[in-house]
Design a protein around this ligand. Structure first.
Ligand SMILES: Cc1cc2nc3c(=O)[nH]c(=O)nc-3n(C[C@H](O)[C@H](O)[C@H](O)COP(=O)(O)OP(=O)(O)OC[C@H]3O[C@@H](n4cnc5c(N)ncnc54)[C@H](O)[C@@H]3O)c2cc1C
Length: 262
């Protein structure tokens, strides 16, 4: 939530990871073999872990997002990421490698304009209510008409991060508010730590697994505190439901644990 950021070419990054794995003697299997222990890194759905523990939600943040095409090719868009607060949430616009623009409105289910993913006029109307994002899109030559999709973007955690035959990593374990830009780094960090903990457990040492679960809990607590601080910077819309809920995050951050069950 502080310092400068980088925009990652996600497809190229994932290809790079895949190439790095296939260059080793690790075997990639298309079927599900018997295993003594599984690392669940299946993202928010946590396909394995959800059979063993609950997911707790700290908020209900959702994203309405689209990828805009660059249509005025004689205009060179500024490579930047722009965030703009609005009464019902906040907008995110980021120029992607390849020249498309990722555009998203983050809101709560009850503050997101109704039918935003179904009716292009609703999407356009919401965008027109922005100041900086709207102007930037127009001046950089992007077509705001695009297919709008919805995605969950809220903060959540598994009640337990590991069990006797499984351990969760990345979004499967904890999901972060995209404002924090913490999802990717924690996915990489936790994936590596989970793998080392599994190797240690197989060798009969339980401590790294216990430390892994404790470290995830600490990381979540630190993130929740930071999230509360960042959201409080926006004061103009303090009376609006979206922002009122976020200003109340302070108490949750002290507790360090998401409070509602998904
Ligand atoms: C709208 C939005 C914006 C975001 N912006 C940012 C940002 O700016 N910066 C940032 O750091 N993070 C951001 N994030 C979060 C980031 O995308 C995630 O934290 C990150 O992708 C987590 O990586 P992961 O590998 O744990 O899960 P994922 O990237 O979700 O990968 C899980 C993989 O598991 C596969 N899978 C699922 N089920 C199965 C199954 N049954 N069998 C086999 N495979 C399966 C999926 O296909 C997928 O490939 C954002 C998230 C959202 C929703």
């Amino acid at each position: 939530m502080d310092g400068t950021g980088s925009v990652i070419d996600r497809a190229a990054f994932e290809q790079m990871l895949f190439d790095a794995v296939t260059a080793t003697d690790i075997r990639i299997l298309a079927c599900a073999p018997q295993a003594r222990i599984v690392i669940d890194c299946s993202g928010r759905t946590a396909v394995i872990a959800r059979g063993f523990t609950d997911r707790l939600s700290a908020d209900q943040l959702v994203a309405a997002y689209a990828f805009l095409e660059h249509v005025e090719l004689d205009v060179e868009p500024t490579p930047t990421t722009l965030i703009e607060a609005v009464p019902d949430g906040w907008w995110y616009a980021s120029l992607l490698p390849g020249g498309r623009l990722a555009l998203a409105l983050f809101a709560d289910p009850d503050t997101l304009p109704k039918r935003i993913a179904l009716d292009p006029r609703v999407w356009r109307g919401a965008l027109d209510e922005t100041h900086f994002v709207r102007e930037w899109i127009a001046s950089a030559g992007f077509d705001p008409a695009a297919r709008v999709r919805l995605a969950s973007a809220g903060t959540s955690r598994l009640e337990q991060f590991c069990g006797p035959a499984w351990v969760a990593a990345g979004d499967a374990a904890i999901t972060f508010d995209p404002l924090s830009s913490q999802g990717m780094t924690t996915a990489l960090w936790s994936g590596r730590k989970a793998a080392l903990a599994v190797l240690a457990r197989v060798a009969g040492d339980e401590q790294p697994m216990e430390r892994y679960a404790a470290d995830l809990g600490d990381a979540l607590g630190a993130y929740l505190k930071q999230r509360a601080i960042v959201y409080r910077y926006e004061e103009r819309f303090a009376e609006q439901p979206f922002w009122r809920r976020r200003h109340a995050f302070i108490d949750g951050a002290r507790a360090g644990t998401p409070s509602r069950r998904a």
